[in-house]
Ligand binder design. Sequence first.
Ligand code: ATP
Ligand code: MG
Length: 332
Amino acid sequence: MYRIALIEGDGIGPEISRSVTDVLGALKEPKLSIERFDAGDRALKEHGTALPPETIRGVEESDACLKAPVGESAADVIVALRRRLDLYANVRPAKSHPGMPAIRDDIDLLIARENTEDLYTGNEFFIDGAAVALRTITERASERIARYALKAAMTRRRKVTCVHKANVMRVTDGLFASTCRRVAAEYPDVEFGEMYVDACAMNLIRRPEWFDVIVTTNLFGDILSDESSQAAGGLGMAPAGNIGDKFAIFEPVHGAAFDIAGKNEANPSSFLLSAAMMLGWLGGRNDDATCLVAATRLNAAVYGAVKEGIKTKDMGGSAGTDKFTAEIISRL
Ligand code: ATP
Ligand code: MG
């Protein structure tokens, strides 16, 4: 029995959370005990904080966390949890499947984005009339994400592309690139290469099928992973994991989508695929084949439905969240 902490979030969060709990229940194995915890805009209104202490405790006591999107207070929730739980790898696979509106049918890449530093630490201030942001890159954080990427590549096509802009940011990206290079030398079976971020942005459109694992810093990874998820078929099909050495949180790449909240239009696939990622992570971590089988079954059910044209509105179909969910359950 695994304890899963579920944060239902805001906007379409509760709808896609219902879809995920129904589908996980239909899997039967592994046995999951799903507990709900408040976080986000609604929590801020009700408890006066976007991330109540009971939620932090609940998440810390669980085996893994599923987090639906949060509205305005998103940064207060996920950034705080990432820091507290040291979830240093933001992992976003992008894979095209039949029936998905992808720009190529053979995209299969994974972005491993450093999740704790760079320009996203909030170190910004005014000095002498100039707005300044501090960019921090450490060898420790670069080494951890590099190792994560190289290990991931060993289970894939064994190719890692380190993306940076060290020709301009010689000190910070220079350290990131040289650290990745040093770690890569320990993995002779992996083909290691480097690419400037502007060239990478272009190549994700020009020949996305060329990439296997991309390792990059926080800000570049944020931007490139939105691009790669769109290239592979859109936000509605894009899962993500915030992964550390001891814990992980899985969430859809998209936001709270307030424009379609409560309309039974939300595509639950990103969150369902995030749940599949979670099962894969639990399986690897606990050496539990039941979880790995469940992850495969769940992925197959989602991609199988899409392949046969059962799609929500964002994918050009007409199925509501409820009908799409029922279809997935019938396939399980
Ligand atoms: P945030 O600031 O929270 O990231 P955002 O403005 O970037 O929000 P998203 O919530 O990510 O926007 O949504 C962008 C667009 O994609 C919206 O028009 C939304 O309706 C649509 N969208 C996002 N997620 C889904 C989904 N799961 N199903 C259907 N449409 C979606
Ligand atoms: Mg967004």
